[in-house]
Design a protein around this ligand. Structure first.
Ligand code: CA
Ligand code: CA
Length: 291
C-alpha cells in the first residue's frame, strides 16, 4: 500500500489505488459509485491543491445542440457504467507530463450522488502517475473534473455541467501551475497545481473507466481527444478536429454500429483503440450508435 507523498501520515490508499481529491483539501471516504459492480474503495486527498470552484449561476447553462444527436456529429459510443471500456496502448504520443489537455463530448446518464465517472485519461494503478478527465455528482450538481497526479500530491479542478441528458463538451487543460476546465468551450473552473505529473510507461489510455476498472461511466461519448498543448482561453469545441495539436482522437465515425474489435484513431498520430478488455468482442464492449 502506497503512502501519498505529502499526505497525512494516516492517509493510505485503497488497494485498487484510484483516488480523487475533494475540493476542500480534507480527507474523506466514500463507497464509490453505486451499481458499478466494482470495488472502487475510499477516496484519498492530499493537501497539495485547491479548486477554485468557479460557479455558474443556476440557469446559465445553455445548450444549442440537440439532445438526440452527438454534439460532435456522426457516430458516438455508449458505455454501460459497469465495465465497458476502450483501451488504447499509447506511448510517447500521450506522454507529456506538462502542457496537455483532454476533452470529449458527453451525454451522461444519471450518476449517484457522490459518484465519480471516469471519462478518459492515462492513469495506472496508484496515485502517483497520470491524469484523467472525470464527471462527478456532488449533491445533485454535476461537474467535470480534471485530475492530475503529481509527485507532490493530487491536483483537481472542477467546472459545472448541465447534468444528464444533454450533450456537452468538457475539456481539462494542464500547464503548471494552471489547471483549467472548459465546458462547451467556456472556462468553467480553475485551480493551481505546482508540479508536473509522472507518466507510468506501463499505463495505457482508457475511455469509459480506469485502466483497473474503477469509476465506470454510464452514458454516451464522442470526439475523445488528447491534445499536446494546454488551452488558455475559450474555443469552439466543434472546430477542434485533428487540429489544436490533437495527438489522439476517437470520433467513432468510421466504427461500424455493433461490436467491433478496434476503433480507428482519427488523426493518424496514435494508436487505434481496442474495444473491451479482451481481443475481440466481449462483455466490456461499448455500443456504437450512428443517428
Ligand atoms: Ca462522432
Ligand atoms: Ca458491459
Amino acid at each position: 500500500m502506497l503512502l501519498v507523498p505529502g499526505a497525512l501520515a494516516s492517509t493510505t490508499l485503497p488497494a485498487c489505488g484510484d483516488d480523487e481529491s475533494t475540493t476542500d483539501g480534507t480527507t474523506t471516504s466514500s463507497t464509490g459509485q453505486g451499481g458499478a459492480g466494482t470495488t472502487s474503495g475510499s477516496e484519498t486527498t492530499v493537501g497539495a491543491t485547491t479548486t477554485s470552484g468557479m460557479t455558474s449561476s443556476s440557469g446559465s447553462q445553455s445548450t444549442s445542440s440537440s439532445t438526440s444527436t452527438s454534439g460532435a456529429g456522426g457516430c458516438y459510443a455508449t458505455f454501460d457504467g459497469t465495465d465497458d471500456v476502450l483501451v488504447a496502448p499509447v506511448g510517447a504520443e500521450v506522454g507529456l507530463t506538462d502542457g496537455f489537455s483532454i476533452g470529449a463530448f458527453i451525454d451522461p446518464q444519471p450518476l449517484a450522488d457522490g459518484g465519480t465517472a471516469f471519462l478518459a485519461g492515462r492513469h495506472a494503478d496508484g496515485n502517483s502517475n497520470g491524469f484523467y478527465l472525470a464527471m462527478v455528482n456532488q449533491g445533485g450538481t454535476y461537474r467535470a473534473r480534471l485530475i492530475v497526479f503529481t509527485p507532490s500530491g493530487t491536483c483537481t479542478a472542477d467546472g459545472d455541467l448541465a447534468g444528464p441528458g444533454t450533450w456537452q463538451h468538457v475539456l481539462g487543460s494542464f500547464s503548471v501551475p494552471d489547471m483549467r476546465v472548459f465546458v462547451d468551450g467556456q472556462l468553467a473552473g480553475e485551480a493551481e497545481c505546482m508540479a508536473a505529473t509522472t507518466i507510468d510507461s506501463a499505463s495505457v489510455f482508457t475511455v469509459g473507466r480506469s485502466q483497473t476498472g474503477v469509476f465506470p461511466f454510464a452514458g454516451s461519448i464522442d470526439d475523445v481527444a488528447y491534445y499536446a498543448q494546454p488551452f488558455g482561453s475559450g474555443f469552439d469545441p466543434a472546430q477542434l478536429g485533428c487540429g489544436s495539436s490533437a495527438a489522439l482522437r476517437y470520433s467513432f465515425d468510421t466504427t461500424a454500429v455493433g461490436r467491433q474489435s478496434t476503433v480507428p484513431e482519427d488523426c493518424g498520430t496514435s494508436a487505434d483503440a481496442q474495444v473491451g478488455s479482451a481481443s475481440g468482442p466481449d462483455g466490456a464492449d461499448p455500443q456504437f450508435n450512428c443517428p
